[in-house]
Design a protein around this ligand. Structure first.
Ligand SMILES: Nc1ncnc2c1ncn2[C@@H]1O[C@H](COP(=O)(O)OP(=O)(O)OP(=O)(O)O)[C@@H](O)[C@H]1O
Ligand SMILES: [Mg+2]
Length: 288
């Protein structure tokens, strides 16, 4: 559905500030899956995903996004359909709010793309309520009078109201309180599972990677180093440490229990439920 072929990207080309942020990236994304993109700060994650809706175009190489081939020379006009179908929540989206009311803010995208505004509004109201906000009251407010967390939720809802097929999220929950964070993360997973949308999440939170992702792409120095299911990545403790990443809490728990009991489960649990299942099975066998 999305393919990168040897994509390189250089910021401020031919200036003293020139910096190559992507270096020959070849990778792909399939429909309906949940991807996590991880890697140290400055490794190129935001640069990579800004290619997904043509905000950045490759300096070299090419991309295929849905049916649209994208190179350095692709015109913005050719990207209209791509931008309509790929919703992007940027790092700190609240800094991009600019309309007078939350309602205008939310309907800006749908209007721009000629979508059904009644439907988009209805969707937004349902989503705001799901995120524990008083939707109708909030719609009339100025976005600038909201708290940081409320602004973040509004910015996310504004993207979801467009009903994109692919949702690209750049650290969408950084700075949210734990409960809001959980609500927002659950919402994304629900959208993937119930509506068969593709989710691409940039995150530094390994618990989220374990809990939600089907596949995780590791970036380092402008390259995508590998792409694999989280249980495979986290099995290699040394590699995870070499990336200066922590293991997810659930994996750490499993490793602690294994070393205390001098055992090793043949599976690595990614969620509490999986762990409990696995542990019960082991205990039943052990007691016989
Ligand atoms: N406008 C720019 N001009 C020059 N260099 C830039 C620009 N934007 C980003 N860079 C550089 O490109 C590299 C990759 O940046 P990018 O924002 O993609 O990293 P990231 O992996 O998203 O990091 P973080 O985890 O901190 O968000 C960094 O070294 C950064 O300094
Ligand atoms: Mg970033």
């Amino acid at each position: 559905m999305i393919e990168f072929h040897d994509v390189s990207y250089t910021y401020q080309q031919r200036t003293p500030y020139e910096f190559q942020a992507l270096n020959l990236v070849t990778t792909s994304f399939e429909q309906g899956r949940y991807y996590a993109i991880i890697g140290k700060t400055g490794s190129g994650k935001s640069t990579l995903i800004q290619h997904l809706n043509g905000l950045l175009k490759p300096s070299r190489g090419k991309l295929q996004i849905l049916d649209v081939p994208v190179t350095r020379k692709t015109k913005d006009k050719a990207l209209h359909e791509v931008r309509k179908r790929i919703g992007m929540v940027f790092q700190f989206p609240e800094s991009q709010l600019f309309e007078q009311t939350v309602e205008h803010e939310i309907l800006f995208g749908p209007k721009n793309f000629g979508l059904d505004l009644t439907k988009a509004r209805q969707k937004a109201v349902t989503l705001l309520e799901k995120l524990n906000l008083d939707a109708e009251q909030m719609m009339k407010q100025s976005p600038f009078l909201l708290s940081g967390g409320q602004m973040r939720k509004v910015a996310i809802v504004a993207i979801l109201a467009m009903d994109p097929d692919i949702l690209v999220l750049d650290e969408p929950t950084a700075g949210l309180d734990p409960k809001s964070k959980r609500q927002v993360m659950h919402l994304f997973k629900e959208i993937q599972l119930k509506e068969h949308k593709t989710i691409i999440l940039v995150t530094h939170d390994m618990n989220d990677v374990a809990m939600y992702a089907d596949e995780v792409k590791v970036m380092s120095k402008g390259r995508v180093m590998n792409s694999q299911p989280p249980e495979k990545l986290f099995r290699d403790t040394e590699y995870v440490q070499s990336l200066h990443l922590e293991l997810p809490d659930i994996v750490q728990l499993q490793r602690d229990i294994e070393s205390r009991l001098y055992i090793q489960f043949n599976q690595l649990a990614m969620t509490e439920e999986q762990f409990v299942e696995m542990y019960k099975r082991w205990r039943d066998e052990h007691e016989r």
